[in-house]
Design a protein around this ligand. Structure first.
Ligand code: NAD
Length: 368
């Protein structure tokens, strides 16, 4: 692998390799773009098969964070980190504190958070060594579990999508299928029921299903595979990625796809086009599921849940703006989301050229 070619290909700014022999720490921190602000993104811990796999993943994920923060209207850039190793075996206080010292050494250019394979407890270890960590528990003044805010953002984005598709954002009487009632899906069901929707759910975890049906006995439970054939107005994927693919798209009866799962399109171009061809309006995943990121970003200014909820609800208007770009510029929704993000980075980047600092006198040779 030619590392500098890889870094240059997607215009990353900085990649840092971190090593601590005693704890076994091997981590890579990638800072993609800091035009809008410090690079924020979680730390993933995973037993990568090779160093190359870890580098490819961290470069891909950090770039995604640049787009996500930009589209969400945050003053944050994109970054991500990976710790190479099995989370079940390698975790220790020493490892995360060693990692925290490397994060601190970046002096705020990178701000970390939890991600796949890391937990709030791990980040609390990291916090012993750095100021630049978010996703801390409420008890320590942090934002806590992001899932309710992610669900709120999905709900608002769903309403905006419905409005663009049908002319009304009312969910009264609309049939919605929620695939996966875990941390996000179960909160989304609460919002949907309160808004008057008729909800069906599926999950492979019986305990999670029971949590929902105990609270909402009228919710219909369907088999996991039946979700693609369900006679609904809206399909909300809130489980795993790649559920929009050549097998499932022809089966969908919904006119709207709006859910929290990451990487919903198995192939962005092929499946984005297939949905559009069937008249299905797809809410770009990384925008509609940004509620958790907005929530965590709120910690940087001192966490306030009212302010966080207001910012998350703004996903409604961001999604609407994306569809407007898509319609006016003949783009698919996921392309229009990228357009919106890139325009914001370019626009804000340009105004940062305006000098507004305290004047400093540059003395030439011989000046007193
Ligand atoms: P979770 O693990 O708590 O819930 C996922 C649920 O999906 C589980 O109940 C699981 O049993 C179920 N599931 C798995 N495979 C399934 C299948 N084949 N059919 C039906 N159900 C299935 O995860 P979560 O935190 O609720 O996140 C859901 C999705 O949203 C994930 O893709 C996640 O990456 C994404 N996301 C979550 C957040 C957040 O704040 N939690 C933020 C952004 C994106």
């Amino acid at each position: 692998m030619h590392i500098f070619d890889e870094i240059a290909r997607k215009s990353h700014e900085q990649v840092v390799f971190c090593h601590d022999e005693v704890s076994g720490l091997r981590a890579v921190i990638a800072i993609h773009d800091t035009t809008l602000g410090p690079a924020l993104g979680g730390t993933r811990m995973y037993p990568y098969a090779s160093d190359e796999d870890a580098i490819v993943d961290v470069l891909r994920l950090s770039r995604g964070m640049t787009y996500k923060s930009a589209a969400a209207g945050l003053n944050l850039g994109g970054g991500k980190a990976v710790i190479i190793g099995n989370p079940k075996k390698l975790k220790s206080e020493q490892l995360f504190r060693a990692y925290g010292r490397f994060v601190q050494g970046l002096a705020g250019r990178y701000i970390t958070a939890e991600d796949v394979g890391t937990t709030v407890r791990d980040m609390e270890w990291v916090r012993h060594e750095t100021d630049f960590v978010t996703g801390i528990s409420r008890a320590l003044g942090g934002s806590g579990d992001p899932s309710p805010m992610t669900a709120l953002g999905v709900f608002e984005g769903m309403r905006a999508t419905l409005a663009f598709q049908t002319g009304s954002e009312s969910l009264v009487g609309k049939r919605v299928s929620v695939q996966g009632v875990g941390a996000v899906g179960r909160h989304l069901v609460d919002y949907l029921i309160a808004a008057g929707a008729t909800v069906s759910v599926c999950d492979i975890d019986e305990d999670n299903l029971r949590l929902v049906t105990a609270k909402h006995p009228h919710v219909e439970v369907i088999a996991p595979e039946a979700v693609y054939d369900a006679d609904v107005d809206i399909y909300a994927p809130c489980a795993m990625g790649a559920t929009l693919n050549p097998d499932t798209i022809p089966r969908l009866k919904a006119g709207v796809v709006a859910g929290s799962a990451n990487n919903q399109l198995a192939s962005e171009d092929r499946d984005g086009q297939a949905l559009a061809a069937r008249g299905v309006l797809y809410a770009p995943d990384y925008v509609i599921n940004a509620g958790g990121l907005i929530n965590v970003a709120n910690e940087l200014e001192g966490y306030n849940d009212e302010r966080a909820a207001q910012q998350v609800a703004a996903i409604h208007d961001i999604i609407r703006d994306i569809y407007t770009i898509a319609r006016e510029e003949e783009q698919l929704p996921h392309e229009a989301a990228n357009t919106l993000a890139l325009r914001r980075i370019a626009g804000i980047g340009r105004i940062k050229n305006h000098w507004c600092g305290v004047p400093t006198i540059k003395r030439g040779r011989g000046a007193v």
